[in-house]
Design a protein around this ligand. Structure first.
Ligand code: A2P
Length: 338
């Protein structure tokens, strides 16, 4: 159990990455009670500095010994790095909040979205997993609907920004766009094909069932977070040439009849959700408006004209904030309030 303290020693593993930098920004913004702050990355970044509350902090190399005397470690350096180093953090009595997929589906590891299943954090967590970005923004919307109307099935198509693949992908989209607009040759490293002016129906590896790992994350993590294996999820995940915020088209089917206005009224009252739904005035959630915001934006709420028990929604959220760094820090806030 984490000791009750006035201030906590916090480490960020992967501090130089797109999510790591956002974690730093949000810790400052929310005035998290920090004593010591350690910024960790690979040997490539040693000696570089990042700013926190006006002070420069020098990046150190992530090592097994990095967590001695630390209380909380926020990991966002990929699943391999989490598997390698999180056990050392746990041995040092440092609670790990892991943004990677490494531990999410392990039975004894809580998978937490604070607005949805805060109690699953338990009393004495050692590693807490942060869900996948596309799952987080979807379950925030699904939870109240499932509670009131019992969901049967969700068909979801995602339009995911490149920042979900890290800083290198942000640079790749910018560089490819510049190159294409000036008739120069493009370089492709992060994705198998050009991402500028293109859509890739391929996020993470393909599995034997024809779905990608990202798609199966949405299926399995949703069931675990909602605590109900009966909810069926059928996803298609697509990478689009957008820098920040993921958008999702959801078709949700309940056990009995539901209407768009019932869903709209229900979602209006939920913490963390903002309804932007005035199509007559061209008002609907947009990735560019979601960027750097904490909320999940929902619009285009309309009855499914082909099925009485179903409603369509368009859901947008900043994948680096609610989809990753903010959710992790909200978990840390829950942890210190235990
Ligand atoms: P570095 O910047 O030194 O490579 P992103 O998701 O934006 O690509 O960021 C990944 C983060 O994970 C970066 O901070 C990166 O550090 C860090 N990282 C990647 N591999 C390792 C590793 N083997 N050990 C420590 N940090 C790592």
């Amino acid at each position: 159990m984490i000791k009750n303290k006035e201030k906590y020693h916090v480490a960020i593993a992967g501090a130089t990455g797109a999510v790591g930098r956002k974690m730093l920004e949000i810790l400052e913004e929310r005035d998290f009670p920090i004593g010591k702050l350690k910024l960790l990355a690979s040997s490539r970044s040693v000696g570089k500095v990042l700013e926190f509350k006006g002070k420069e902090i020098v990046i150190e190399e992530l090592r097994e010994s990095s967590f001695v005397d630390m209380d909380i470690a926020l990991f966002s350096a990929g699943a391999g790095t989490s598997l390698q180093f999180a056990p050392s953090a746990v041995k040092s009595n440092c609670v790990v909040i892991d943004n990677s997929s490494a531990y999410r589906m392990q039975k004894d590891i809580p998978l937490v979205v604070p607005e949805v299943n805060p109690a699953s954090i338990g009393e004495n967590p050692t590693i807490i997993a942060n869900p996948n970005c596309s799952t987080i923004q979807m379950v925030i919307v699904l939870k109240p609907i499932h509670e009131k109307f019992k969901l049967k099935r969700v068909v979801v198509s995602t339009y995911q920004s490149v920042s979900g693949s890290g800083q290198k992908a942000i640079d790749e989209l910018k560089n490819q766009t510049k190159a294409l607009l000036s008739d120069k040759e493009i370089k492709t490293n992060v994705y198998p094909y050009q991402i500028a002016f293109n859509c890739l129906p391929h996020i993470d590896k393909f599995l034997d069932n024809g779905y990608t790992k990202e798609e199966m994350k949405m299926v399995n993590e949703t069931k675990k977070i909602l605590g109900d294996d009966s909810v069926q999820v059928c996803p298609t995940t697509v990478r689009v040439p957008v820098l920040y915020s993921h958008s999702e088209a959801l078709n949700i089917e309940a056990e009995g009849p539901i209407t768009a206005s019932e869903i709209k009224n229900l979602l209006k009252a939920q913490p963390g959700i903002v309804i932007v739904d005035d199509p007559q005035n061209n008002k609907y959630p947009l990735a560019i408006h979601g960027e750097n915001k904490n909320e999940v934006f929902v619009g285009r709420i309309r009855d499914d004209i082909s099925l009485e028990r179903a409603v369509n929604l368009w859901v947008v959220s900043d994948n680096l904030r609610k989809g990753a760094a903010l959710n992790a820090i909200q978990i840390a806030e829950l942890l210190v309030a235990l």
